[in-house]
Design a protein around this ligand. Structure first.
Ligand SMILES: Cc1cc2nc3c(=O)[nH]c(=O)nc-3n(C[C@H](O)[C@H](O)[C@H](O)COP(=O)(O)OP(=O)(O)OC[C@H]3O[C@@H](n4cnc5c(N)ncnc54)[C@H](O)[C@@H]3O)c2cc1C
Length: 469
């Protein structure tokens, strides 16, 4: 027997069996590349898996799942590695790493994309935009398509085209028994329902098929800045401005200390600001007209809302979410931004310490709200806004204080929440009751039945977990 890690002792033959079943590399603690393979986006998560199976194809996923089940090894699944609370990596466990699966195939005639599990958002956008198309996705290019889609997928084109799951047509899945199957509206439809919002609980998706929509290539987008002291008025005006906005508009509000980026005027660097970031994907002249009142409101200190390539806008937030810095997030949905919420938001925003902390308030609604509440698991169809209260520091220095600011802010606004987006949840602090409320009680019970059918032993448990019990 060989001790691989604490609490994990295996026969030498078992390890040889695992390696023999893999086309991709099996990486252990003493192997070169171990640290690079175990690291995830959030630098505050420093976990040491015992083994990392870097899958080269579906066959590797099947054989690794079967091996893991036979030997009772705790297992995590990693695609883009961007889970805020680090759910894709655990100490002393086996990581099934899908990040080498990079295939993307666009069918421009049918307007579909087949996307393997390791593909990142920027890689997908690059392929789809070659044909003037896009799949709804998120706002930072190095996020994984897999985890984002399986939780819902919110982003810049959501109000016109819906969530990532709203354009999902099919998934290839390896189940907890190591079986391979397809789920779609026609095949395994109940599993497909659960995959669209709670997918990480039900199986390992190896390939996604999305319907694509025409977008860009030029859109009208970018931040408009005010000093943070103007935030109460800016938030109230934004609330009125978005109330009857066309679906071509999506917007996000950010409070932060202005970063020293080339598009931010020098005199604002380090100053507390509030930004409204419109993203208009319809007719550009109409967009200019619609955005005019917002950009003329109050004392705008900088305005870089311009006509630009969709691809450029998709990467706008990349410098704000650099990998391996220390991060912490907690999110929630609310029907609307009330005066009380504005007061609390302004109070907490003014207390941000770290120059790297920024928190988005997302405009929801539009196409998302026109999909039936029960058509997928996703729980936030009725949300008017989504908060993702987050903090960031360069490293451990100042992190505890900044994280406490997130927790206090979140507690202060908790009473306004009506649902929550599972991909914006934390770990350890999210109770079963909160996960239940994220989906709604009826859907949660239906999910439990699915979990009992497809994963009765809770093999897939490193996620916002739905226990089969
Ligand atoms: C910088 C940043 C920006 C973000 N922006 C957005 C955004 O704009 N919109 C949005 O909706 N979300 C956003 N998110 C949240 C994001 O959707 C989640 O963190 C998501 O889980 C990331 O997916 P991943 O594949 O990168 O993560 P991973 O850490 O690899 O996985 C996350 C979870 O999904 C499970 N999982 C991963 N791959 C598979 C698979 N193939 N099959 C089954 N389960 C799997 C894992 O077990 C884990 O529980 C952002 C996150 C970050 C860090």
């Amino acid at each position: 027997m060989t001790a691989i890690a604490e609490g994990l002792t295996l026969e030498e033959t078992a390890l040889a069996e695992l390696a023999a079943g893999l086309r991709g590399p099996l990486v252990g603690r003493d192997d070169p590349g171990y640290d690079a393979a175990r690291k995830i986006w959030n630098g505050s998560i420093d976990r040491r898996p015992a083994l990392i199976a870097r899958c080269a194809g579906v066959a590797d996923v099947i054989s690794t799942v079967k091996w893991s089940r036979t030997h009772g090894v705790p297992t995590t699944i990693r695609s883009g590695g961007h889970s805020f609370p680090g759910l894709s990596v655990a100490d002393d466990s086996l990581m099934i790493d899908l990040s080498l699966l990079k295939g993307v195939r666009i069918d421009p005639q049918q307007r579909t994309a087949r996307v393997q599990a390791g593909v990142l958002l920027g890689e997908l956008d690059k392929e789809t935009q070659a044909f003037g198309l896009a799949a709804p996705s998120g706002i930072v290019t190095h996020t994984g398509v897999a985890g984002l889609t399986l939780g819902g997928g919110i982003g810049w084109i959501q109000r016109k085209h819906g969530l990532s799951i709203d354009k999902l047509r099919r998934v290839d899945v390896v189940t907890a028994d190591g079986e391979f199957l397809t789920a779609s509206a026609d095949e395994n439809p109940e599993l497909f329902w659960g995959m669209r919002g709670a997918g990480s609980n039900l199986g390992i998706v190896t390939e996604f098929e999305f319907e694509l929509v025409p977008v860009g290539p030029t859109i009208l987008a970018g931040p408009i800045f005010w000093k943070m002291e103007d935030s109460p008025e800016v938030l109230r005006f934004w609330r009125e401005w978005i109330a009857d906005a066309p679906d071509d508009l999506m917007s996000i509000v950010i409070h932060r200390k202005a970063p020293p980026l080339p598009f931010v005027p020098d005199e604002l660097h380090g100053q507390p600001v509030v930004m409204v970031i419109p993203c208009w994907i319809g007719d550009l002249d109409e967009g200019e007209k619609f955005i005019k009142p917002m950009r003329e409101f109050g004392n705008v200190v900088a305005d870089v809302c311009i006509r630009k390539p969709y691809l450029m806008h998709q990467s706008m937030f990349d410098p704000s979410f650099v990998p391996h810095r220390w991060y912490y997030f907690r999110g929630f949905d609310a029907p609307e931004l009330t005066d009380e919420m504005i007061d609390i938001t302004v109070d907490y925003a003014s207390r941000i310490k770290s120059p790297l902390t920024s928190f988005p308030i997302w405009q929801m609604g539009g196409a998302i709200s026109r999909v039936g509440v029960d058509d997928s698991v996703f729980g936030g169809r009725d949300a008017g806004i989504t908060y993702n209260i987050g903090c960031c520091t360069e490293n451990a220095e100042g992190f505890d204080e900044e994280r406490q600011w997130v927790r206090d802010f979140w507690s202060a606004v908790e009473r306004y929440q009506t649902s929550a987006y599972v991909n914006f949840m934390s770990d350890g602090e999210e109770s079963e009751a909160r996960i239940r409320s994220a989906y709604g009680a009826d859907k949660y019970d239906r999910l439990k039945a699915l979990k009992r059918q497809w994963d009765p032993d809770n093999f897939f448990r490193s996620n916002q977990n739905i226990s089969p019990d």
